[in-house]
Design a protein around this ligand. Structure first.
Ligand SMILES: Cc1ncc(COP(=O)(O)O)c(C=O)c1O
Ligand SMILES: [Zn+2]
Length: 394
């Protein structure tokens, strides 16, 4: 088991103890990274213990990597170790099927760990602004842990996100606005209400849960890096988490030496603050006005961790690109019909981005790539049907 050594600010590098709950850096409001004592885990022999150590009693799924996660009893619903599916048409394209997670999205990983640590610290009331899937995931894990979940989300989230959060017993506020408005409401009320703010990148452990995607994709590819990773980007937790995982894998000596993947951040043309900042050479993004896309998870007009994502994209030699909703829908239909996979709109943004980068020659057919389907298409039947103009026959 590794132990947390400290928390480290992603911006000013100040360090803090992890013995009590922390949100952001008290000095500069940067997001905090969790750092571990990794030295005892170095070497391939330790890596080989991972598969052996999985057990059906709570250590399966993403908890196979528990030696690089906090040493506390998990709140688990079986998240992680999702399928890595090879495309039927492109032999070097792998789809990481995150829709197989509990609550049907990759948000399960981050919130399993966020809620695990909240329970460990004795917190009782958690609050989150959400584009939809984080709401369902927080609500489920809070129910499993016996904690209160206070959720603020746009009133036009996919219906599944609303129904699941209600049934899990969360307190829901539907907001006539975007996740940024929801975030403001949490910030205004949290002190008075005694809520712990579990917002994206404002607590350190959601990134730790999401970093398991980086460990998993490398292990599933035989402990090798792919040439590129396509990530549908809203708040960016997964992108940041995977990049952190790659750093840890290298420190541990668990990944075969090679170049890290190019990180490809994919957004919708209806809300692309990271793409605009990337193209303009900026270090942070500007608020995107009138954000609108049926890829609801990508409707994040000003991500808190923009500066970290932009750094990663540049360091990896990657790119940020935006895809119009019509192309997202076309790719969703293409993968349904030709691969038998019902993508989320966010996942279809990644597959459309792959087609685009192949057509421009940025990637070659022989480049091995991982595309993230971050959620199950079945969670989006209402919004996808609307986008596709589908109605139940009268
Ligand atoms: C299905 C889906 N994909 C992608 C995202 C964006 O995730 P992140 O905040 O990690 O960038 C979300 C966020 O809600 C989502 O629900
Ligand atoms: Zn700081």
């Amino acid at each position: 088991m590794s132990k947390i050594s400290h928390l480290e600010c992603s911006r000013c590098r100040a360090t803090f103890a992890a013995d009590k709950p922390q949100t952001v850096c008290p000095q500069c409001a940067g997001s905090l990274y969790v750092r571990y004592v990794l030295a005892p885990l170095k070497g391939i022999a330790n890596r080989e213990q991972i598969a052996k150590a999985s057990s059906p009693t709570g250590w399966s799924g993403m908890w196979r990597y528990r030696c690089v996660l906090p040493d506390v009893e998990p709140v688990t619903l079986g998240e992680g170790w999702t399928p890595m599916l090879r495309s039927r048409r492109y032999p070097n394209v792998f789809l990481k099927e995150e829709g197989a997670n509990p609550t049907g999205s990759f948000k399960a990983r981050g919130l399993a760990l966020g809620v695990t640590m909240a329970r460990h610290y004795g917190l009782k009331k958690l609050a989150v602004p959400s584009a939809g899937n984080a709401a369902g995931a927080l609500a489920a894990y809070a129910a499993a842990a016996g904690l209160e979940a206070h959720i603020f989300m746009p009133k036009d989230v996919p219906f599944a996100n609303y129904v699941e959060a209600i049934l899990y017993g969360a307190k829901i506020t539907l907001v006539d606005g975007l996740i940024s408005d929801c975030g403001r409401m949490v910030a205004e009320r949290k002190e008075k209400e005694g809520w712990f703010d579990t917002s994206t990148l404002k607590e350190p452990f959601r990134v730790e849960g999401k970093k398991t995607m980086g460990y998993e994709l490398v292990e599933q590819l035989g402990w090798e890096y792919p040439a590129a990773v396509f990530y549908p980007t809203g708040g960016g937790v997964g992108l940041i988490g995977m990049w952190k995982a790659f750093g840890e894998l290298e420190e541990l000596g668990w990944v075969r030496p090679g170049k890290r993947p190019r990180m490809i951040a994919v957004q919708s043309a209806g809300c692309a603050p990271v793409v605009r900042a990337f193209e303009q050479g900026e270090k942070t993004s500007q608020m995107w006005q009138n954000a609108a896309t049926f890829a609801s998870g990508l409707r994040v007009p000003k991500p808190y961790g923009d500066y970290i994502m932009l750094e990663i994209l540049r360091e990896s030699g990657g790119v940020a690109l935006s895809i119009p909703d019509e192309q997202i829908l076309a790719s969703l239909k293409d993968w349904a019909k030709n691969e038998g996979i019902f993508l989320s709109p966010e996942g279809a943004a990644a597959t459309a981005a792959y087609d685009h980068l192949l057509s421009t020659g940025y990637l070659k057919p022989e480049d091995r790539v991982v595309l993230f389907n971050t959620g199950a298409g079945l969670k989006y039947t209402d919004v996808t049907a609307e986008a596709a103009g589908l109605h139940r026959p009268a």
